[in-house]
Design a protein around this ligand. Structure first.
Ligand code: ADP
Length: 499
C-alpha cells in the first residue's frame, strides 16, 4: 500500500468515527435529537459520512460546557495558554496530511494547490497566536498624583464562532486561536457543507486543550447557528459568511448588545495600469482570482480593471495560463483545480455563467477542460470563465458570485479605474499593478478596501489585519490587533494612594 492510500484509509476511518457527532465538554457526543445529515464528496458525490444536525438543546449543552470551562482557562497565565496553543499547533502539523486529505475529500479543494496549504496555515495561526499571550497588556495612565490608574484586558467569556465552507479551517483558526489565547472559551458552529474537517481539527485540539475550552456543533443556520447567537451566556459572535446572514446575526447580537466581528465577502477590484509588468499581473490575476479554489474566495479578484492598451494581451496570456491548469480529482497531486462545494452553489454559479453569455458584445472565455474520468462525471466542476467587456454596473460586476467567474473591464483613464474600483457595495480587498510609485501611493489612499496590495496579490496571513470596509463587514481578523480589539474587554482601574 502506498503512503497516500494509507493516509486516505486513515481519513475514512476518522470520518466514520466522527460521523453524526458534535464535540463538547471534551467528548464526541451524538445530537440530542439523534438527527443527522449526509456528507458527500462534491467530486464523486459518494458519501463520506454524516454530520450531527444540532439544535437548541445541543447549543444549550455546548454553551454550558464552554461556560463551565471558562473561569479556569481565564485564570491561567496568558503565556501558559499560549504554550498550550503552540503544542496544539505542533499536533496539527503532525496531522497536516490527514487534515488536508479530509478537507479535500469533503470540500473538493485540490490537495496540492489548496487543502495542504490551508492545513499549514491552520497550524501556523495557532503557532502565531500562541506567541502573543504576553501582548495582552494594559496601560498606566498618569491621571492624578494621588492615584494609580491603569487598564487591564480581560476575556469576554464564551465566544460563538460561525463558519463558512470556503476556507473552513483557516477561518476557524483566525477566529478561535485569538479568542483562546485571550482567555475565552469557544463554541464553533461549522458550515453545513464542511462539518467533518473542522470537527476533526477540534478533536485534535481537544487532545491538548482542557475539556470544554473548544467545542463544536454542526447543523443548519437558523436551527443551530440562530440559537447559538441567541444564547444569553454567549458574549461575542465572530462570523464569516454572506451579507444577508451577517445582517441577521448583527440584529440578533444587537438585541443582546453583544459585540460581533463580521467578514462578509467582496467583489475585489484589480487595477492593471498601462505600465504594469504584464507577466506579473497575469500571474497575480490567476492566483488572485483563486481559480484553484474554483473562485470560492471572499478576496477573489473578480473585477479585473485593465487599461485598454493591455487588455487583449492580458486576456490572451491569462487564457493560456488557465488553460494549462488541470481540473480533476481533488486528491490527485496533478490536479490544480478542484470542485464547487455543493449543488446549490453549482447551480448559482451556472446561472451567472448563463447570464454573462447573454450579454451582447461581451466576449466569453471558458478555460481549462472538464475532467474526463468516469468517477468524476457527476462532480461539481465549472470551467473557469472570463467575461471580457462587462460594464461595472452589470450584476456580474456587482454581485459576489463565489465561483470561477471573473469580469475583465477595460478602462482608459486612471481616474475612471479608481471610480469603478470604488463603485461597489463591497470593500474587502483591492490591488493595483503599476511601476509608477506616485500613482500607487495615490491609489493606496483612495481605494475603499480593507486589504490593499501593490504589484502582488497574496492571501490573508497570520499577522496581517484582515477585514473589510462597507458591506464587507466589521472588525479585523488574523492579527494582534484582532485579538486585542475583538476578543478582550478593557477595564479601567483607579486606586487611591490616600486610602
Ligand atoms: P452561504 O450562503 O455561503 O452558506 P451563509 O452566510 O448563509 O453562507 O452561512 C455561513 C454560516 O452561517 C453557516 O455556518 C450557516 O449555517 C450560518 N448561518 C446561516 N443562517 C444563520 C442564522 N440565521 N443564524 C446563525 N447562523 C446562520
Amino acid at each position: 500500500m502506498n503512503q497516500s492510500q494509507a493516509v486516505f484509509d486513515k481519513v475514512l476511518a476518522h470520518a466514520r468515527r466522527l460521523s453524526g457527532q458534535h464535540l463538547y465538554a471534551g467528548q464526541l457526543r451524538a445530537p440530542l435529537s439523534s438527527k443527522t445529515f449526509p456528507v458527500a464528496s462534491p467530486a464523486t458525490r459518494r458519501a463520506i459520512g454524516n454530520a450531527a444536525d444540532g439544535d437548541v438543546q445541543d447549543v444549550a449543552a455546548a454553551v454550558a460546557a464552554a461556560t463551565a470551562a471558562q473561569r479556569e482557562w481565564a485564570a491561567m497565565s496568558p503565556r501558559a495558554r499560549g504554550k498550550i496553543l503552540q503544542e496544539a499547533a505542533a499536533s496539527l502539523t503532525a496531522h497536516a496530511e490527514e487534515i488536508a486529505t479530509l478537507l479535500a475529500l469533503e470540500t473538493g479543494k485540490a490537495i496540492r494547490t489548496e487543502s495542504r496549504v490551508e492545513a499549514n496555515v491552520l497550524a501556523d495561526c495557532f503557532e502565531f497566536y500562541g506567541g502573543l499571550g504576553s501582548e495582552l497588556k494594559g496601560e498606566t495612565i498618569p491621571f492624578a498624583p494621588n492615584m494609580l490608574v491603569f487598564t487591564q484586558r480581560e476575556p469576554i467569556g464564551v465566544v460563538a464562532a460561525i463558519l463558512p465552507w470556503n476556507a473552513p479551517l483557516m477561518l476557524m483558526a483566525f477566529k478561535i486561536a485569538p479568542a483562546l489565547v485571550a482567555g475565552n472559551t469557544v463554541v464553533v458552529k461549522s458550515a453545513e457543507e464542511a462539518p467533518l474537517s473542522t470537527l476533526f481539527v477540534v478533536d485534535l485540539l481537544n487532545r491538548t486543550l482542557p475539556a470544554g475550552v473548544v467545542n463544536i456543533l454542526s447543523g443548519f443556520g437558523p436551527t443551530c447557528g440562530g440559537p447559538l447567537v441567541a444564547d444569553a451566556r454567549v458574549g461575542k459572535v465572530t462570523f464569516t459568511g454572506s451579507v444577508e446572514t451577517g445582517k441577521i446575526i448583527a440584529h440578533a447580537a444587537a438585541e443582546r448588545l453583544i459585540p460581533t466581528t463580521l467578514e462578509l465577502g467582496g467583489k475585489s477590484p484589480m487595477i492593471v495600469m498601462e505600465d504594469a509588468d504584464l507577466d506579473r499581473a497575469v500571474a497575480g490575476a490567476v492566483a488572485g482570482m483563486r481559480f484553484t479554489r474554483q473562485g470560492q474566495s471572499c478576496t477573489a479578484a473578480s473585477r479585473m480593471l485593465v487599461h485598454r492598451s493591455l487588455c487583449e494581451a492580458f486576456v490572451a496570456r491569462m487564457g493560456e495560463k488557465v488553460n494549462a491548469m488541470v481540473m480533476g480529482d481533488p486528491l490527485d497531486e496533478k490536479t490544480d483545480i478542484g470542485t464547487i462545494i455543493s449543488t446549490a452553489q453549482f447551480e448559482r454559479v451556472q446561472s451567472y455563467v448563463e447570464l454573462g453569455r447573454r450579454i451582447p458584445d461581451v466576449q466569453t472565455l471558458q478555460l481549462s477542460s472538464m475532467p474526463q474520468a468516469p468517477e468524476l462525471k457527476n462532480g461539481l466542476y465549472v470551467q473557469p470563465t472570463v467575461f471580457v467587456g462587462v460594464g461595472n454596473d452589470h450584476r456580474l460586476a456587482r454581485e459576489e458570485i463565489f465561483g470561477p467567474v471573473t469580469c475583465v473591464i477595460p478602462f482608459d483613464e486612471y481616474e475612471e479605474a479608481i471610480a469603478m474600483a470604488n463603485d461597489s457595495d463591497y470593500g474587502l480587498a483591492a490591488t493595483i499593478w503599476t511601476k509608477d510609485l506616485h500613482r500607487a501611493l495615490d491609489a493606496i489612499q483612495r481605494l475603499q478596501a480593507g486589504f490593499v496590495q501593490v504589484n502582488q496579490n497574496i492571501v490573508a496571513q497570520p499577522g496581517l489585519s484582515y477585514g473589510g470596509f462597507k458591506q464587507s463587514g466589521l472588525g479585523k481578523e488574523a492579527s494582534l490587533e484582532a485579538m486585542l480589539d475583538h476578543f478582550t474587554q478593557k477595564k479601567t482601574v483607579l486606586i487611591s494612594r490616600d486610602g
